[in-house]
Ligand binder design. Structure first.
Ligand code: GTP
Length: 310
């Protein structure tokens, strides 16, 4: 029986010596009483140097030499005190650590009744890189799904979603809100005269310009083609009209220099004002009626449905 155990111990020792995972045993006073080569290397020690070092010694060396453990604190003693409250807080614990050289390790700590603790460290750097790439990729996909590719402002779907959420918030707070429906006048002529690419650039330039004229929390999006929407939360009817007039004038006065050509466009804007029980669909319909009136009145105009009396 003992011979069997001896053979097992010898074989395990052989495996540990060549393992790429780090193994270390700390005694109940937190002194390292044994480890393999891989464990010493994680903390930038030679095997002989690290034996008898305490966990606190290892952390202090990392802090002073800026090698080994990454320590996100200016005060190493506070950092160690905090870490010690977690060490041996459970019989078995798993957590991730990152090193100054950019590697990541998954650490497990298994504590015996006598206080001895076995630490195993596995390099998970590749996994972490994959994880980060995946999350960057999914953020990119998410942004792509929400953003209009041409103008880089909210697309129709995300604009409507944001507006609906904002309508509910304003209703709860009994705040005024306004919706501006913006359409470029005679845009077909712009395309026909200067070409479709120039038309695209007009849309991009105009969206950029309008964005600079809005508050950070106003919602601005492209609803399709040459039609844009702006939702103004906590905005009175008079302010909405002023904002729309400012935008109309600014665009009218701006000559866009596109591919060596000077292009001027004007806007027609329809405004609807939200009543307390209002839905986005109603706001949109009313703004569309106002926009139609603006077009019929000759274009380059702002029309508010029912005026400010509503
Ligand atoms: N360059 C470019 N043109 C677009 C895009 N989306 C829609 N358009 C064009 O916008 C034009 C819209 O034309 P119409 O709906 O007739 O309206 P309009 O010429 O602006 O005239 P009014 O709205 O009545 O003043 C069409 O020629 C579309 O091809 C786009 O992404 N890029």
């Amino acid at each position: 029986m003992n011979r069997g155990l001896d053979a097992l111990t010898t074989n395990i020792a052989k495996f540990l010596a060549t393992s790429s995972d780090g193994y270390g045993i700390f005694d109940r006073n937190d002194k390292l009483i044994g480890c393999n080569q891989a464990f010493a290397e994680i903390f930038q020690y030679s095997h002989d140097e690290i034996i008898n070092q305490s966990f606190a010694d290892i952390a202090r060396k990392s802090f002073l030499t800026k090698q080994g453990l990454k320590i996100d604190s200016d005060n190493i003693e506070l950092w160690i005190a905090h870490a010690l409250t977690r060490r041996r807080s459970q019989e078995f614990r798993v957590f991730e650590i990152d090193l100054i050289d950019g590697r990541w390790f998954l650490l497990s700590e298994q504590t015996l009744e006598n206080g001895d603790m076995l630490t195993q460290a596995r390099d998970i750097t590749k996994l972490k890189i994959n994880e980060r790439n995946l999350s960057e990729h999914s953020i990119k996909l998410h942004n792509l799904a929400l953003t209009d590719e041409l103008t880089q402002i909210a697309n129709r779907r995300s604009f409507i979603e944001s507006v609906k959420a904002e309508i509910s918030r304003c209703q709860r707070q009994h705040a005024n809100m306004a919706f501006l429906l913006i359409d470029i006048d005679y845009f077909k002529k712009v395309n026909d005269t200067y070409g479709h690419f120039a038309g695209d650039k007009v849309l991009i330039t105009m969206a950029k310009l309008i964005k600079t004229m809005l508050r950070e929390y106003d919602i601005f999006g492209r609803l399709g083609g040459e039609e844009f929407g702006i939702f103004l939360a906590e905005t009175s009817c008079q302010t909405a009209q002023e904002v729309a007039e400012r935008i109309r004038e600014k665009i009218m006065q701006t000559t866009m220099e596109i591919d060596g050509q000077s292009i001027n466009v004007t806007l027609s804007i329809g405004i609807s004002i939200a009543a307390q029980e209002c839905k986005f669909e109603t706001l949109y319909k009313e703004a569309d009626v106002a926009l139609y009136e603006a077009k019929h009145a000759g274009r380059n105009k702002v029309v508010m449905i029912n005026g400010c009396a509503k």
